[in-house]
Each structure stands twice: as C-alpha cells, then as structure tokens.
Design a protein around this ligand. Structure first.
Ligand code: BYC
Ligand code: FE
Ligand code: FE
Length: 474
C-alpha cells in the first residue's frame, strides 16, 4: 500500500474516500502547525534539514531522504499493512477475529490509552525544544530534528485514531493533546517523565535510550491489541522508534568513549580532572542514568494493576511479543512480587498473573536496557578502568506503584528518608552536576566537528560521511 503524497494530509488509509474525517483532520492540521511553531524546536524554521520521510510502510525502502524545512515535513497517517484474518492473540477472547471498530463497552478504556500514548509524543518535542541551540555537531542536530518530526507524526497517528473512531469525544481529546504542555503547572502532560526538563544533551541521550524504549515496549503491547487499526498504527510507529533508541544508545556510548579518551590522555579517573579537561566524568553519567531510568520505570504503571488485568482479559492491550509466551490466557498463573513491609522490611506477595502485566512488561524493559549498559561497560573495561555502570534497582526512587516514595539505595535496600537525602547527591544529578554539564554544551556547527565532550559517530546518516552538512543553517 503506497502513501498518497498528493493529498494535503499524506496517508495510506484512503482518507479521500471519507470526506467527513478528512475535513475534521484538515481542521486539526493548522492547530498542529501552530503548536509546532510555538512549542516545537525553537528557531530553525527556515533551515534545511536532511530528513527521512516515510514513502511506504513495507519492510524494505520505506524511507526517502532529502533536505526539508521542518515546518514543510509531510506529517501524515501511515498504518502497517493489514494482516488478513488476524485473530486476537491473548486474554478471554483469544482466537476471535480482531475488531475494525471499537466495541462500545471498551470505548473509554481505548480512549484513555490512546490519549495517554498520544500525549507523550508532543510532550517529548516540547521537552527537547531548546536543544538545537547547543547541539554538539550538525550530525546530532539532524538526529534531534529527525526524532522531533517523527514524534510529531506519532501524535498524528493517535489523532487519526481519535478522529476516525471516537467521534466528538475523540476530536475534543485531539485538541487537548495540543493544549497540555510539558512542565505546565496548570495543564501538565499526563505521565510524570514527560514533564521533566531536558536541558542538556546528556539528558537527551538518556531520554532517547530509556524513555523512548518505554515507547518501544508500550507500542509493542498495543501492537497486540484486538482493535486492529490501533495495532497497525503501532506496528508502523515501532519502525520509526528504532532510530530514536539508536540515537540514545550511540549518543551515550559516544559520550563515554570521549570520557575514556580524556581519562587516558590525562591518566586520571578524578572527576574534577576529567571535568577540567572538558569531558563528563563517569560518575556523573551514572547519576544521569539513575535519574532517567528510575523515571522511566514509573511509566509502566503499578506492579499490581487491575487496569492492566482488565486490558489483558478484554483483548485491549497484550504483552510485548505476546506470541513468545506459552500461555496467552495467563489464568491460574501467579507472579511473586516483592513489596515493602512495615518500617524497613520486604515481603513477597503472590498476585494473579493478569494483574502483574505491567510488571512483566517492566522486567522485559529492564533486560533490554541492560544490553546497552553491558556494551558501555565493555568500552570502559577495554580502556583499562575499573569503574562499571549499572542500572539501579527497580525499587529506587519510584513514584508510582508498590515502591512509590519508599526510600531505598540504588541497590534496592530500604533506608531511612534521612539516609536517602544524604545519599541523593551521590546517586542523582546535583545542581552542580547539571550546571557543569550545561557548561560544556557549546554549540558546534562546523560540518564534521564535534564538541569536546563527545566522540564522533562511527558513520554518518544514510551512507553519507560524518562531515556531511546535515543541516544548512541560514
Ligand atoms: N505518571 O493501574 P495503573 C512514548 C496512573 S512512551 C502519572 O498501574 P495502568 C514516548 C494511572 O493512569 C510510551 N500517572 O495504571 C517516549 C492510573 O491512574 P488512575 C507511552 C501514572 O493504567 C519518548 C494510576 O496511576 N505509552 O511513547 O495500568 C518520546 C494507577 O496505575 C503513571 C503509554 O503509556 C505515571 N508514570 O498503567 C515520545 C501507553 N503510571 O486511573 C514518546 C498507554 C500510572 O488511578 N498507557 N499512572 O487515575 C498505558 O498503557 C497506561 O496508562 C500506563 C499506566 C502503562 C501508563
Ligand atoms: Fe513516539
Ligand atoms: Fe520515540
């Protein structure tokens, strides 16, 4: 199914055959563009950026690359190919045909999930809007903008579902997605992490590594949904998501590579000496990691969740890679959950597996996060240094779920609130860390050059050299 670019709204859903829907979306489009102008990447409107645009939704050759001014990016509506005779893969309705419309009794649940998903996409663009001014290279600047336009498209993806399947409610929610703003005191974004400021590129790389990876797992769960248009939308979004995580993974890796280079040059692992040489010391990187990882863990919801059980039972939201599980009913199965007990204890409680779906997904996420950390540690080991990075315990610094506001150290051991406050400066970025990291965020715009705190990437974009002028600044 090819994408029709002659339309005002590029799409592969035959939008032209549904005039009412087309008009509703064309009405929303200028509101989106106003939002992009006000809340999207500040400045850079007139600059040419080497962007990829979707031209088809099949595995091979879906992208075309070229110089585009961001406001001219062709945001549109793309669903993965329909899978013929697709059946619901889990829950009470396992084996029944998927739905092409939202079943009435599931309407509010779907509406809520789609709004929550949709809310994160523009939130991330808002969080990242000032980063263009401190990009460490043109290559990085281009990657930032690529991610921003794609998150904008992910918003379109959810807005399409809202308009096409939820009538007036859906249209109102679509407007609401442009009205809440990241960090706004009166109208914040729905989920916590999406209200945290991203003021520097170390935070940006951590965010794209950890937070976009939550996106991967949530989209995989929704790609299993019995509501087929949602499943198909999410399947296509996942192909774009891979690049966002790549940017995070290689970004953090390049910061570490540069730090190790400096450590060898000055023959020291003293954070102060490393900072004086313009690189970011590994303990600071660890603290940033602790911050963004713990924040992302909250995005999976409570460990024991009756919402999650209902979503699973009713075919609304499955587990990531549902096909890899032996039993798609998850009845008569239990999950052993560690929860806080009394003042300083921990007890194991057995809960019904369906209620533990958030936790099952979170654990798959943690395993996925660990892969990059292991790779980064190999870099450190090969450079001959003893320090190792590690993911903190999933109990650490939680604000949602069984461990919410229960003080623990990064290993997950319960401690007093006073001990947590005292430890925080070792475990989480301090004001001093943030201002140091901020201080090295000097903008570099000479093609192929990198800021002093980050190593160059191994290769450029789409087989072009790293020195290519990925953004033409005016
Ligand atoms: N912050 O029963 P529970 C992405 C609320 S990232 C604030 O466990 P449930 C992206 C919850 O709403 C992917 N509140 O919740 C990445 C509930 O409220 P009520 C985003 C939270 O429903 C980077 C209560 O706590 N996609 O795409 O099982 C850049 C009880 O919780 C939070 C999705 O999230 C929180 N962190 O699970 C760009 C998928 N967590 O009913 C984009 C859609 C929970 O008591 N969302 N609460 O008022 C969902 O599937 C579910 O809403 C959640 C929560 C997994 C988030
Ligand atoms: Fe996204
Ligand atoms: Fe993303």
């Amino acid at each position: 199914m090819s994408i029709d670019y002659s339309e005002r709204i590029p799409n592969n859903v035959e939008l032209a055959t549904n005039r009412t829907l087309q008009r509703a979306l064309e009405h929303w489009q200028p509101h989106f563009l106003d939002w992009w102008g006000e809340m999207g990447p500040s400045d850079f409107r007139l600059d040419d950026v080497y962007l990829r645009t979707a031209v088809g939704v099949d595995a091979k050759g879906w992208a075309s690359y070229g110089m585009v001014k961001m406001p001219d990016y062709r945001w549109g509506i793309f669903l993965a190919e329909e899978e013929k005779e697709r059946k619901i893969g889990f829950g009470d309705l396992e084996g029944e045909p998927v739905w092409q419309q939202v079943p009435g009794e599931l309407r509010s649940a779907f509406l809520r999930l789609i709004v929550t998903q949709g809310d994160t996409e523009p939130a991330s663009v808002e969080q990242q809007r000032l980063l263009g001014h401190s990009a460490p290279s043109l290559y990085d600047l281009r990657n930032l903008f690529q991610i921003n336009v794609e998150e904008g498209r992910h918003l379109w993806a959810m807005v399409y579902l809202l308009h096409a399947y939820f009538g007036r409610n859906g249209r109102e929610e679509a407007e609401g997605l442009l009205m809440r703003h990241s960090g706004d005191i009166d109208k914040p974004r729905i989920l916590g992490t999406f209200n945290e400021p991203i003021n520097d590129w170390l935070s940006f790389f951590m965010f794209t590594y950890f937070t976009d990876r939550d996106g991967k797992f949530q989209l995989k769960s929704l790609a299993e949904s019995g509501f087929d248009p949602l499943a198909r939308t999410c399947r296509f979004m996942l192909t774009e998501e891979a690049h966002h995580m790549f940017v995070g993974d290689t970004g953090v890796g390049r910061v570490i590579r540069r730090t190790l280079e400096v450590m060898r040059e000055i023959d020291s692992d003293s954070p102060l000496a490393i900072r004086n040489a313009g690189a970011i010391d590994l303990p600071t990187i660890q603290r940033y990691m602790n911050f963004w990882f713990s924040s992302a863990l909250d995005l999976f919801g409570a460990e024991a969740s009756s919402n999650a059980a209902t979503y699973f039972a009713q075919g609304i939201k499955g587990r990531p890679d549902e096909a890899s599980f032996a039993n798609h009913q998850a009845l008569d199965e239990f999950y052993e959950l560690d929860i806080p007990k009394g003042e300083d204890g921990i007890e194991t409680s057995s809960i019904a597996m369906r209620n533990a779906m958030n936790q099952v997904t979170r654990e798959a996420y943690v395993r996925d996060c660990q892969i990059g950390v292991t790779r980064w540690n190999r870099l450190i080991e090969r450079a001959g240094f003893d320090l190792r990075l590690s993911l903190p315990s999933i109990r650490f610094r939680r604000t949602i779920g069984a461990w919410a506001h229960v003080p623990t150290d990064p290993e997950g051991k319960r401690i007093s609130a006073a001990a947590f406050d005292a430890g925080a400066k070792h475990w989480l970025p301090s004001d001093d860390d943030r201002s140091f990291v901020g201080s090295v965020m000097q903008r570099v715009i000479e093609p192929g050059k990198m800021a002093g705190w980050i190593a160059p990437p191994e290769r450029g974009v789409n087989s072009l050299p790293v020195e290519y002028s990925y953004v033409l600044l005016h």
